[in-house]
Every structure is written in C-alpha cells, then in structure tokens.
Design a protein around this ligand. Structure first.
Ligand code: SF4
Length: 382
C-alpha cells in the first residue's frame, strides 16, 4: 500500500519533553512554510508519480497541524489536489489536532476536504502533570475538544486519543484513571506511549540537574494496567502502543509496520520508496534551503535497504504488532531463529508460537527490545 505523510513543524510552544522537529514560530513563517511545502509536494510527486493514483492513506502530523487556520489548511489540501491526489478516494486521511487549537471551523474545514480521522494529543487528564510537562492546554480544553470530535462520529469520523505514561510525578493510579476516563468516552482508538526522556530537552536537563525525576519502577504496572483496562473495554492491542475498537485500526500506521511504501513532506519527514529510505532535512532552515534548491536527492542521506536490513526491520516491525512474526516467511528467506532462543522467552511466558507466528505475551510486550535483540544476534545472512 502507498501512503503520504505531511509534517507541520509548528507548535504553540514546545513541550518540555519534546525532541521532535518542531518550533514555536511567528505566524509569518507559516506562510513561507506553506509555499515551500507546496513546492516540495509538487517536486516529490513528479519524482515518484506512482503515489498520485495509488495513495490510500495520508497522515498529517507534527508538530501541530491544527495550528493552521482554515485558509492555511486549504493551501495544503490544494497542493495535494493540484498534483492529482484525490482526497475523497482515500481509505483514510488522518489529521493530528491539539486541544488548544481544536476549533470547530478548523475541524469542519478538514472534514470538508476529506479528513476522516482525527488524532487528539491529550497526554493526561491531570492538571498538575500537564503543567509539569509544559503542554499548552488544560484539562477542560482537552475534554471540550474530545467531546467536539466525538460528536462528529455520526458523520463517519473516526477519533483517536493519545496518552502518555511514566511522566515525572505521575502515579500509577493517575495514569490508569486517565486510561479509564478515555476508554469510557466513545473513541475508536487509543495510543499510549511511555515517556522517553531526551537529554537536550527542558525535562532532560531538569532530570540531569536533579530537579525532576522519573520513577521507572512504575513503567510496568502502568503499561500492563493500561492494557488490562483497554482490553476489558473492547479495545484490541494491535501494536505495542496502539489499541483499537473492532475495525478501527489505523491503516496508515499498519502500512508502516507491514513494510509498505510512503512519501513524506515537510522538515524531517521520512520516506520509504522501493528499497530506498530517506528523510528531508530535519531543521527548518536547512529544509527551506533544500526545497529552494529543488529537493535534490544528492543532498539527502539515502539508505539503500539490502536483504539484511529488510529482514531486521521485518523482525522489529512484525513482532511489535498483533500480526506477529511469520516464521515460515522468514524460513523462505533462509532465516531461522534457533529453537532454544524461542524457548528461552516462551518459558518466561513472554512469547507464544501460534500457527507458525511468534507473538509477544504478557510482560514480553515490555521486554520487546530485549527479545528482538536476542533474535538479531543470531546472524541474518545477507
Ligand atoms: S505538541 Fe507535540 S510536537 Fe508540539 S511541542 Fe508538544 S510534544 Fe512536541
């Protein structure tokens, strides 16, 4: 399947834990960004024309795409349509919204241009934690935004909410009550992610100075407790951090995990086409320069994915999903994971083999990285 990704690198302010390619920029920069984005979309779709007729999903993320006003949003929709992308023929068109910019007119305008799935960055429903991680919204704004999006479900809209756990000062009960609250709303999809502290962020520096602390001991009860609540509420875990009501899985993300091709636009956006992986310059200024030069491929880091990398990715990506790792398919590529390695994890009830597919189990979802590394130290022939 083919997919497109659009990255809007602007946020109302940069959250204390954020190390994405984002900036809190004056609005005049938005206009320049939109001109450059349009140019990039045109150049890249001419270079990879197979995406014009065959794209099935688009994900517009960031940053905060909802920071853009209607007229600014429309420039992105028009840029895609001008290149022949039929927005209403897509299987899924997702757009990220943040609560503080989840305005009715912006939501409706996106829907009128084919967006049929909204992903809302909630993170937590605890006021003190929102402040501590530097989010731009408060709890009431988050609840109002959620209610607004859920009310559109009767018009065929799918709604997803994002939560975070292992935040500084967050107790297990704080997180589980967030999960319970969100599961009780009529959302189709929930993602939750454990905080990964990057050293150069505000939070990373505070932790280094000792003025903030993350208690890793709560990671496991938070994750497993959250999974239990969602499972009981009829959400299926289809990837380590993603849970969906029946038939509400994100098609776009599944395309990533199943090794499908995608083309990204905007600073730092990643692409995977054929056996080539590349990404646009991450910072705004070098990205701007790169687009002005005509998006030369010679200025990108292009990784050619050989057999070894492809199989390594296949193991990483499939084990993290409920599809599991297809051992027969691996064998057809002359790769065999030794029986004793599989048994080591099966005996700990972290792995199970069903119909020649390996699936993570119980605490195995938390020890996923160690399990995969254990598989990978057994040489994959190139
Ligand atoms: S809203 Fe998201 S992308 Fe923007 S600063 Fe916060 S974490 Fe980063």
């Amino acid at each position: 399947m083919l997919s497109l990704y659009i990255h809007t690198p602007f946020c109302a302010k940069v959250c204390h834990y954020c190390d994405f390619s984002v900036l809190s920029a004056p609005e005049r920069l938005f206009e320049e960004y939109l001109i450059l984005l349009e140019k990039e979309i045109e150049i890249m779709l001419r270079r990879y024309p197979e995406f014009i007729d065959n794209t099935k999903t688009i994900y517009w993320g960031g940053g905060t795409p909802s920071i853009l006003k209607i007229e600014q949003q429309n420039k992105v929709f028009q840029a895609l349509e001008q290149q022949g992308i039929s927005l209403f023929s897509l299987l899924e068109f997702s757009m990220e919204f943040n609560p503080e910019s989840c305005f009715q007119d912006r939501v409706e305008n996106a829907m009128h241009h084919g967006v049929n799935r909204f992903s809302l960055g909630l993170q937590t429903f605890q006021e003190n934690l929102l402040l501590r991680i530097g989010r731009s919204h408060d709890v009431q704004t988050a609840k109002t935004a959620l209610e607004k999006l859920i009310s559109l479900k009767s018009e065929g809209i799918s709604v997803s909410g994002d939560l975070m756990f292992n935040l500084p000062g967050q107790t297990t009960e704080d997180f589980l009550s967030d999960v319970r609250f969100l599961a009780d709303q009529d959302v189709d999809h929930i993602s939750f992610y454990g905080l990964n502290v990057a050293p150069l962020t505000v939070l990373g520096k505070r932790i280094e100075r000792g003025s903030e602390k993350i208690d890793d001991i709560v990671y496991e009860p938070m994750y497993l407790g959250g999974v239990e609540i969602l499972t009981n509420a009829n959400f299926e875990r289809y990837e380590v951090s993603n849970f969906a009501k029946p038939n509400k899985q994100s098609l776009h993300n599944q395309n990533y995990w199943r090794g499908g091709s995608y083309l990204g636009f905007g600073p730092g956006a990643h692409s995977f086409v054929g056996s080539k992986r590349f990404n646009a310059p991450e910072k705004y200024a070098p990205w701007r320069q790169w687009v002005l030069e005509g998006c030369p491929e010679s200025k990108l880091n292009v990784d050619l994915i050989g057999k070894e990398e492809r199989l390594t990715e296949k193991i990483w990506l499939s084990l993290r999903t409920s599809d599991g790792l297809d051992l027969k398919a691996l064998e057809e590529e002359s790769v065999r994971i030794p029986e004793e390695v599989i048994q080591r994890w099966e005996s700990k009830e972290m792995l199970a083999c069903v119909d020649d597919h390996l699936h993570l189990q119980g605490r195995g979802w938390i020890f996923m990285d160690s399990i995969i590394e254990d598989f990978l130290i057994h040489n994959i022939p190139s």
